[in-house]
Design a protein around this ligand. Structure first.
Ligand code: 2HG
Ligand code: ZN
Length: 476
């Protein structure tokens, strides 16, 4: 700083909040600089660790006045680089890990109020301790934060039954870009009082404000569960099986996950403790789970009968029913470790797409045939949440190819796949959001009306453009 000149933005932050809140040591910054998939490496100005909503409010007010870009970062488990600062060295990473209280659990109202820095697993545990279920469940639940789940409208393996994050929210506390606080934590089920402001923040990936707490919906906990690993001949058969199972079980299907042989092979090969549930191979498998809040519901019998019917009809070719919790966990271990198996196998390209369920099979056939014919650098690993029409249409680099061979084709592969998705009436981002990775895709596939409205909303909520600049929408 020049003697007598204006203090740097960083110096002003430190002067106001102290080094307890504005952290600059290299090890702390390094941990925030790189995204989970290692697609981006940013250069944070500092890491802010506020201790209360009031402190978040003061912090944003100062950042807004000084024009400092703020990048909220939860557990840093996202797939699209939304939580990584840019390379300019001017953006402040904001972590709410110190806002970690469960403010209250109201079992009678089936609701709870939690702070944004709580891990997802802590939210689940607090609900369970009160005899309730918080149903959001995903592979990274031990490290992702509920604030990140809210900001990305997270999905996971129970969406089929309980909906995405958005559907599990009754209210939010949000700090706006200029420091004002918007709060609706009364956990009302009915509140038709004008525009739905809270839903703008859910899925906005920190570009409109910072969610500091949320009122969440709870449910009766499952008391009975039945799980099966089922070999199915085609995606069309899987989709039909889901419809049949929903009908046969009185809509008790809570998960219905599609796993191709290639994905299973990656897990068996790379992840210790994995065991194939069935002896013969199959092009596709389904991991399905029925749950009920009634302990006496005969879910195993229902599932067994439904699967016997499916085997007779040729919708399934083999099936293993989990005999107890240990086997159930080992089935889930296979599904949850597919991303890890993919990662350990080497470079990959990921396409988190969704289709109308009725068109899932047609899309998969067309897109797979294109990959087989035109992308010798890849092997296809397409798995996902069939019940939600959500496919992770991922490609791993084929063995024996030169380093970077698949990555070199990223742009053309992405274009063909996303165009095919659109042709089939689907979305290029089902549950992983836009972040930095898909900003151009949003520009390309969103309608001019949608884009104009999104820009107007951004302008209204964050006129100085300090909130997560360059994410979702291109920076101005
Ligand atoms: C999952 O369903 C996650 O396991 C990650 O959404 C998907 O790695 C992926 O593409
Ligand atoms: Zn997923």
């Amino acid at each position: 700083m020049m003697p007598g000149g204006p203090a740097s933005p960083l110096a002003q932050l430190v002067a106001r909040f102290g080094t307890e809140v504005i952290v600059t040591d290299p090890a702390s910054l390094e941990a925030t600089a790189v995204d989970h998939r290692r697609l981006y490496r940013g250069k944070p100005l500092a890491l802010a660790l506020p201790r209360s909503t009031a402190e978040v409010s003061q912090l944003l007010a100062l950042c807004n006045a000084l024009g400092i870009g703020v990048v909220p970062q939860g557990g840093n488990t996202g797939y699209c680089g939304a939580a990584t600062p840019d390379e300019s060295g001017t953006q402040l990473v904001l972590s709410l890990r110190r806002l970690r209280a469960v403010r209250r659990v109201d079992a009678l109202n089936d609701s709870m109020v939690v702070e944004a820095g709580c891990l997802l697993v802590e939210v689940q545990q607090a609900a369970a301790a009160a005899g309730r279920l918080f149903p959001l469940s995903l592979g990274s639940e031990g490290s992702c934060q509920i604030g990140g789940n809210l900001s990305t409208n997270a999905g996971g393996v129970n969406v089929l039954r309980y909906g995405m994050m958005r559907e599990l929210v009754l209210g939010l506390e949000v700090v706006l870009a200029d420091g004002r606080v918007l709060s609706s934590l009364d956990a009302l089920r009915k509140d038709n009082t004008g525009y739905d402001l809270r839903n703008l923040f859910i899925g906005a990936e920190g570009t409109l404000g910072v969610i500091t707490a949320a009122a969440l919906r709870l449910f009766p906990p499952p008391r009975a569960v039945a799980t099966a690993f089922v070999a199915v001949p085609t995606v069309a058969a899987a989709v039909q099986l889901l419809a049949d199972l929903r009908a046969a079980s009185g809509d008790r299907v809570s998960s219905f996950e599609l796993v191709p042989q290639q994905a299973l092979d990656l897990v068996l090969q790379h992840v210790p403790g994995s065991r194939a549930p069935l002896t013969d191979g199959s092009p596709w498998y389904v991991l399905c789970e029925l749950t009920s809040a009634r302990a006496e519901d005969p879910l195993d019998a229902i599932l067994e009968t439904a699967l016997a019917t499916a085997l007779e009809a040729g919708l399934a070719t083999d099936a293993a029913l989990a005999q107890g919790e240990r086997e159930r966990k080992s089935f889930w271990h296979l599904r949850e470790n597919i991303p890890e198996g993919q990662r350990r196998d080497g470079p990959s390209l990921k396409h988190d797409v969704s289709l109308p369920i009725a068109r899932l099979a047609a899309f998969t056939e067309r897109a797979s045939a294109w990959v087989a014919a035109e992308v010798p650098e890849a092997r296809l690993v397409a798995y996902g949440h069939v019940g939600d029409g959500n496919l992770h249409f991922n490609l791993n680099q084929a063995p024996g190819r030169a380093a970077g061979a698949l990555a070199a084709r990223e742009a053309d592969i992405k274009r063909v796949i996303h165009d095919l998705v659109r042709e089939h009436g689907g979305s290029f981002s089902a549950e992983h959001g836009i972040g930095r990775l898909k900003v151009e895709e949003l520009q390309r596939y969103a309608s001019p009306v949608e884009l104009a409205l999104m820009k107007a909303i951004k302008q209204a909520f964050d006129p100085r453009g300090i909130m997560n600049p360059g994410k979702v929408l291109a920076a101005r």
